[in-house]
Structure formats: structure tokens, C-alpha cells
Ligand binder design. Structure first.
Ligand code: SF4
Length: 344
């Protein structure tokens, strides 16, 4: 089990939960009281229990952390791991990625979903290579100037790659804060200014502890304080949880599930799969519905044929197929030359 060096803290001292006496960790961090205990309890749990992930290893690079943060934003760890490893092997530095066409980043994105993230990473790599000497800038402010790097990603990279004190607020952290401190089953549907202020106020003053707190809250939300079924008996801070103390009130709204089957997103994904499989541009007509009476696409055969078979097995009408192609062209995920489509 490897936790970032900055997050490793020793086991809790004799200051039992409930005591107001500052323990050694609290003294070291200059903090006292219930919040300080929360900080150290969660950081100690993370040091013991954190999943062993390559972007947390001692030999991680800032570039590897940035790639992991972008990949993990909308995709679970299990699906990200093999793709992240392939990316790091093929493009160990931003300059390596920037030297290839953006379409290669999209192709190597595979089935992670939301492939515009691959384009944004490629654009960021190009700027890092051209304007920063190939090295990631190490402050939140400078990271935010990179294409596609927003507040969350900048804070996460500043904290986890450079050990800086930064307020990291992702979906998992929001849920932990909402339950632990707010007594609510779920955070608001979208990030509020009040949540951001609470997260900033909760951040330990001690820099190393702030990194640990961010990583630990994120991990707790991912593996214990999960959206559907929190495992409270396994939670290291259950005794301090406001949601449990309030009797576990239900959510005040029903989160919108992400529909997939039959959606434009599904069709876009299937068109992208054809383009990723193709070594040569694909005639646009192949993305139109098959002529009535024509034999169905074989589901086996070459990779492109198989991908076309899966696309047309969705049974999309001409409008939906046209929307999918137009959307990919508009987003820069596909380009058209002489009626043929390819990756950029
Ligand atoms: S006790 Fe349960 S709801 Fe509260 S923070 Fe822990 S896992 Fe989440």
C-alpha cells in the first residue's frame, strides 16, 4: 500500500477521540480540537489503507498526475489504469505526446468516454512543450492557464504532484464534506460557493497535512463513503459524522442517472470506435443507415467492419447518425477530407 510521501503520517497518538487535549500530530500542525483530530484520523487512515495506484507512487511524474486526474474525472479507476499505463509508456513526457497528431491521443483514449478530454490533454501537452520547456508549471495559477485545465484539475495537480496546499473539490470530496460536516445525504446537484468556502475552511494549514487531507477525503468518497451505499462501519471518522448523527436523512432530490442506450452519446461513441479502428479514412456513406434490404454488417471480420456492425446494430435513424457525425466534426474529434472521415 503506497501513499504519497507527503501523506504518510504515523498512527494516532494517545489523544483519544473526544479528548480536547492536543496530541503530537496536532501540535506539529499547529491545530487543535475536533477539526484537527478529523484531519489526522483521516490522514492516518489514508496512510494505512490507500489503494496502491501508480500515479501515487514515489516515482510518479507531474505529467503522470495530470493525465491521471483528467482520465479519472469521469471514468472509474479500474478502467483508467490500463489506459494510463499505455499512455505513460508511449508518452512519458508532454513533449512525446505533443510530437504526435492529436488523433493519436484520441485513438489511445480507447473506451474511456468523453474523448474531448484526450484532445485537451494533447493541447495542454503542446503548450507545456512549447512554452514551459516541457515541464509542468508547479502552481495552481500557472496550471490553470493550460488548455482544458480548470480549477479542480489545477488544484489536484498542485497538491498531488507538487505537494502544495490547495483546496481540491471533486465529486467524492463534495459527498464526504456534505455527509461528514453538512449532515446531508448528498451535496447540491452542482458545486456551490458555500461548498467551496467550506472546503477552503476545512483545509489544514500545515501543507503536508493538507495534501493528505485532500487525498484521504477523495479516497474515502471513492471506496467507503460511496454515493449509493456508504460503508459507515468501515469509516475512520464515523464517530464525527453529522449525517449519521442526524439519523441518516434521505437525499432531498433524486440524482439524474446518465442514460446511455439509444442516446446520441452512445451513437457518437460507436462512430468514434469505427474511426479509432480505421487506419485509413472511412467513407462518410458508411455512417448512414444501411440501404433497406441490404445484408446486415457482419459482426466479425476486420476491426473496422466489426465496429461498423456494432454501430449499425444500434438501429439509429439517419438524423441521429448525422447528428453524431456533425457533433464529432464540430468538436474536432473527427475531420473530413473528400467525403471521408478520420481522426484529427
Ligand atoms: S460515517 Fe458513513 S456517511 Fe459518514 S463520512 Fe463515514 S462513510 Fe460517509
Amino acid at each position: 500500500m503506497t501513499a504519497p510521501a507527503a501523506t504518510r503520517r504515523r498512527a494516532p497518538g494517545p489523544d483519544a477521540p473526544g479528548s480536547d487535549e492536543a496530541g503530537p500530530d496536532e501540535a506539529a500542525s499547529g491545530e487543535t480540537g475536533a477539526l484537527a483530530r478529523l484531519h489526522t484520523e483521516l490522514a492516518d487512515w489514508f496512510a494505512r489503507e490507500a489503494r496502491d495506484l501508480p500515479w501515487r507512487a514515489e516515482d510518479r511524474t507531474p505529467w503522470g498526475v495530470l493525465v491521471s486526474e483528467v482520465m479519472l474525472q469521469q471514468t472509474p479507476v479500474g478502467r483508467v489504469l490500463p489506459v494510463w499505463r499505455e499512455w505513460m509508456e508511449r508518452w512519458p513526457s508532454p513533449a512525446d505526446l505533443a510530437a504526435e497528431p492529436a488523433g493519436e491521443a484520441v485513438r489511445a483514449w480507447g473506451r474511456l468516454g468523453y474523448p474531448r478530454r484526450a484532445l485537451r490533454l494533447h493541447a495542454a501537452a503542446a503548450v507545456i512543450a512549447a512554452e514551459h520547456g516541457g515541464t509542468l508549471p508547479d502552481t495552481e495559477e500557472a496550471l490553470r492557464t493550460l488548455p482544458g485545465v480548470g480549477s479542480y484539475t489545477a488544484a489536484a495537480v498542485a497538491a498531488f504532484a507538487f505537494g502544495r496546499r490547495a483546496t481540491v473539490v471533486d465529486t467524492n470530496i463534495r459527498r464526504v464534506h456534505a455527509r461528514l460536516l453538512g449532515g446531508e445525504a448528498l451535496p447540491a446537484p452542482a458545486l456551490t460557493a458555500a461548498e467551496q468556502r467550506r472546503a477552503a475552511a476545512l483545509l489544514p494549514q500545515d501543507t503536508a497535512l493538507s495534501v493528505a487531507w485532500n487525498a484521504a477525503a477523495m479516497e474515502l468518497g471513492a471506496v467507503v463513503c460511496t454515493a449509493r451505499a456508504p460503508r459507515c462501519p468501515a469509516c475512520p471518522v464515523a464517530a464525527a459524522c453529522a449525517w449519521r448523527a442526524a439519523g441518516e436523512p434521505p437525499p432531498t432530490y433524486t440524482p439524474r442517472g446518465q442514460a446511455w442506450h439509444g442516446t446520441d452519446r452512445q451513437v457518437r461513441g460507436a462512430v468514434m470506435a469505427v474511426l479509432r479502428a480505421a487506419e485509413h479514412p472511412v467513407h462518410r456513406a458508411l455512417f448512414e443507415p444501411p440501404v433497406p434490404g441490404a445484408p446486415p454488417w457482419p459482426s466479425e471480420g476486420g476491426a473496422v467492419t466489426a465496429a461498423l456492425g456494432r454501430l449499425h446494430a444500434l438501429g439509429s435513424g439517419p438524423d441521429q447518425l448525422a447528428r453524431a457525425v456533425a457533433g464529432l466534426l464540430a468538436d474536432g474529434l473527427a475531420v473530413e477530407d473528400d467525403g471521408r472521415l478520420r481522426l484529427p
